[in-house]
Design a protein around this ligand. Structure first.
Ligand code: ATP
Ligand code: MG
Length: 273
């Protein structure tokens, strides 16, 4: 189904590479000279303050916005993502924050919504088997694929939305704030699911404001600030380093305040950021 399957990168190989990507909206520079690399089997967290450019970057990769400058390489070749359909067809899937699920339809119907051209479409038995198989592979906790979305928890809905995008066999999946509205147990469930998606060999980009979730799941943490790259970190990087990169704070008191806000106050931090 995807044009890239025959040259799908193996784990550890580069799936996505951005060079000098910029995006202007009139006089507003939402992104300036962005460099980004995502490998197969890797979770990259995109973090940054409000207005840092995270959603704009995801929308550029989803084919919603066209970059004003720069190049995008996907699975080893330069691509033009001039529509959402093109991005999907190449193997770039996006789970937007609103999930776009139909409340009154069941899990199977939602999984296959918009996949009408797929070989299983309109064959109810085949779709149900495919749905069960995929959800089992993902160890998803969905009681029944005939359950309407309206009766599922937030975590289960996120699971259905992620599973739906996997049906198109993407090489890269982007998740915008997948745990934002979830409680502790459901967050853990979704983070586990993201790990299993990664283990299938996909490149994963996750946007999150929650540093705890980011540390739990990301292999690399890419900070954007005011539309520019502002450092690449690992889950082992100190919270102070991360918060300083996100806020641009050189003043220790500012970074301490932001740290407390992110739930990681470490009173032992003494040095300037
Ligand atoms: N369609 C648009 N037209 C004009 N300006 C835009 C548009 N989309 C985004 N911007 C501007 O681009 C900048 C980056 O916004 P973006 O939504 O990408 O930030 P973000 O990192 O996703 O922030 P948040 O954490 O609040 O979601 C902001 O200054 C924003 O106002
Ligand atoms: Mg955003």
């Amino acid at each position: 189904m995807t044009a890239t399957l025959e040259n799908a990168p193996a784990k550890g190989e580069t799936v996505l590479r951005l060079r000098g990507v910029s995006k202007n909206f009139g006089a507003v520079s939402a992104l300036t000279d962005i460099e980004l690399e995502v490998k197969a089997g890797e979770v990259v967290a995109l973090v940054g303050d409000n207005g840092a450019g995270k959603s704009t970057l995801v929308k550029v990769l989803a084919g919603v916005h066209q970059p004003s400058a720069g190049t995008i390489e996907f699975c080893g070749r330069q691509v033009t993502l001039d529509s959402p359909a093109k991005a999907l067809d190449l193997g770039i899937a996006t789970v937007f924050q609103d999930l776009a699920l139909c409340e009154n339809l069941d899990v199977v119907a939602n999984l296959f919504l918009g996949h009408e051209l797929s070989p299983w479409a309109l064959d109810e038995v085949a779709m149900e088997v495919r749905a069960w198989t995929l959800l089992r592979e993902l160890a998803a906790r969905i009681p029944s694929v005939r359950e309407p979305i309206a009766s599922l928890s937030g975590g289960q809905r996120q699971t259905v939305a992620i599973a739906r995008s996997l049906l198109l066999d993407p090489r890269l999946i982007m998740l915008d704030e997948p745990t934002a509205a979830l409680g502790v147990a459901q967050t853990a469930e979704v983070l586990n699911l993201i790990e299993r998606v990664r283990d299938r060999g996909l490149g994963v980009i996750i946007i999150s404001h929650n540093m705890e979730d980011v540390r739990a799941v990301a292999d690399r943490i890419v900070v954007l600030r005011l539309g520019k790259n502002n450092g690449v970190f690992t889950p082992d990087s100190s919270n102070q380093e991360l918060v300083s990169a996100i806020t641009g704070a050189t003043d220790n008191s500012v970074s301490r305040r932001a740290e407390r806000k992110s739930g990681h106050a470490q009173e032992s931090h003494g040095g300037a950021a």
